[in-house]
Design a binder for this molecule. Structure first.
Ligand code: THU
Length: 170
């Protein structure tokens, strides 16, 4: 099978760049985000993760001021479980239809060892979150961390998933 291309057959090269901001600790974030992260930490502690021993908590601030949280819900039939981000986003979509997501925060860590490095949302969650960002037309800043340590801020979902698949392709 021929897989190589000659330089002359390439009509365009696209470079994708993302800038993420890294904070030393959660205490360096605005008070509203610290408060949101506290809610996500609480949610993380209540995660149902008896198989992976990896607990994830998510919190979303909505335009009305409401805060929605979620955590990962595992299942004996492994693929039937769901990530914290989607539990939170789908709950927000179900309970507060059409409300803008103002910000989202995530915290994750193993029950078995200390997790201090920031844990980003998985690819499937990025795609799910993209749907809300595209629909609301306003970027959703996402902050993610381990259990302690540094926090990473992405300005929007698109920065975490540059080639979003959205309904315009359908
Ligand atoms: N998990 C999440 O909740 N969010 C992610 O973005 C990545 C993974 C959960 C799924 C599973 O319950 C556990 O973490 C280990 O993969």
């Amino acid at each position: 099978m021929e897989t190589s291309t000659t330089n002359t057959s390439i009509v365009q090269k696209i470079k994708i760049e993302t800038e993420l901001e890294v904070f030393e600790s959660v205490s360096d974030l605005p008070k509203t985000i610290q408060n949101l992260m506290n809610k996500a930490q609480e949610a993380r502690e209540n995660a149902y993760a008896p198989y992976s021993f990896f607990k994830v908590g998510a919190a979303i601030a909505l335009e009305s001021g409401a805060i929605v949280t979620g955590n990962n819900q595992e299942n004996a039939a492994f693929p039937s479980g769901l990530c914290a981000e989607r539990v939170a986003a789908f709950y927000a979509g179900a309970q507060y239809p059409g409300e803008t997501f103002v910000a989202m925060v995530l915290t994750a860590g193993s029950v078995k060892h200390e997790t201090t490095s920031p844990i980003p949302p998985c690819g499937a969650c990025r795609q799910s979150l993209a749907e809300y960002e595209v629909n609301q037309g306003i970027p959703i800043p996402i902050y993610f961390m381990g259990v302690g340590g540094k926090v990473v801020k992405a300005q929007c979902v698109k920065d975490l998933l540059p080639l979003i698949f959205d309904s315009s392709y359908l």
